[in-house]
Design a protein around this ligand. Structure first.
Ligand SMILES: [Mn+2]
Length: 363
């Protein structure tokens, strides 16, 4: 039997953080299209159930189009069960806006809810989950009772922790879930794929989000495909996002001209899919006389990607000793700055601007 574990789809997210309005509108549709594509994939692979471990929607405000699209995917695939556990972002809005809950949409509640599937004559799969709240999260673990003989998947949405949370809900106490016959703990909330051993028997896994939305969600995104055979679960991460976000540090230490920097960036971004969203971060130490034209760099690379952003985090290498006895205006300027009560970043910025002004360059 095949199962998909996904989470944090954040459908109908506004996507306005980085993108232009047009791109944000487009990305919003792309998120929905990827959900549809995942359901088609499930159909083609004969997947029995799709586990959604929270944050299917981004907020409680859902457009009619998104609501209908998700509803139509569910009703249009009656052979696939959609096991839906609500996350911290969405409340009841999706369910309460459905005219009726489709038979193959199974929802978890604020106490342990279980769905069972026969595997063969000997084995049964159970999928057990609970939506954590301020009231139930403290003592939820004692009431989880699983049979040693079943293949057990447990679904939760929250931040993993090795301890009980003092005053925060949505914290999952990993230790309290050990030695409870869990084979696979399907988690949502963290937007990056993570797979780790739970105890001698089981593993726990965050599927991560299905599509990256901002530069805090870089790298491969997708879902986890579980295969259950002979009482054993194997799992594999399936990259599935329509676009990938990259944050790429480019060390330009030792480079002196914009042309050299273009060359270095060109080498580093080679092979990145043009559909990607790319953030280039220039790092390293540069000399005062380095010409580094960020506007040109942007111009030069912007058309190579769906979205590009360039950050300059370089530091200035100033050897104050060199200016100790320099009689020029530049020398005087550097000596004043050496003593100035400014942070190193502020000093770099002032020196660069000052040097450019003194050499009659555009600021
Ligand atoms: Mn989330």
């Amino acid at each position: 039997m095949k199962i998909i574990h996904c989470s944090d789809l954040h459908l109908d997210s506004k996507m306005e953080a980085n993108l232009t309005r047009e791109q944000a509108k487009e990305r919003k549709r792309e998120l929905l299209a990827t959900f549809e594509r995942m359901v088609t994939y499930a159909q083609e692979k004969g997947v029995r159930a799709i586990l959604i471990a929270g944050d299917l929607f981004d907020t409680t405000r859902i457009s009619k189009m998104a609501l209908h699209l998700v509803e139509d995917q569910i009703t249009g695939h009656p052979d696939i069960d959609f096991l839906y556990l609500k996350g911290n972002h969405e409340k009841d809005f999706f369910l309460s806006n459905l005219d009726q809950i489709p038979a193959n949409l199974k929802v978890f509640g604020d106490s342990w809810t279980r769905f069972s599937y026969p595997l063969d004559e000997e084995h049964r799969l159970t999928v057990t989950g609970v939506e954590l709240t301020a009231d139930n999260s403290r003592n939820i673990y004692d009431s989880l009772v699983l049979s040693q003989d079943d293949v057990n998947i447990v679904v939760l949405h929250g931040q993993e922790s090795q301890y009980d949370a003092k005053d925060k809900t949505e914290v999952i106490n990993i230790r309290a879930l050990q030695n409870k016959y869990i084979d696979y703990l399907a988690l949502g909330h963290i937007h990056e794929y993570k797979y780790q051993k739970l105890d001698n028997r089981g593993s726990y896994c965050y599927s991560g989000c299905l599509e990256g939305r901002g530069f805090d969600e870089t790298g491969e995104k997708g879902f986890v495909l579980l295969e259950i055979e002979g009482g054993e679960i194997t799992s594999a991460f399936v990259p599935f996002a329509s676009r990938t976000l990259y944050e790429i540090p480019v060390d330009i230490t030792g480079l002196h001209t914009t042309t050299e920097i273009v060359q270095r960036v060109d080498d580093v971004v080679a092979g990145i899919d043009p559909g990607s969203l790319v953030k280039i971060v220039l790092t390293g130490e540069i000399d005062m006389d380095t010409d580094k034209d960020i506007t040109y760099l942007y111009k030069r690379f912007a058309s190579q990607f769906y979205f590009l952003k360039i950050y300059d985090k370089t530091k200035l290498a100033v050897n104050y000793e060199d200016y100790r006895y320099d009689q020029s205006l530049k020398g005087e300027f550097i000596r004043i700055l050496e003593k100035a009560d400014l942070s190193p970043e502020e000093k770099d910025a002032v020196i660069l601007t000052g040097i450019r002004a003194l050499s009659g360059e555009e600021l």
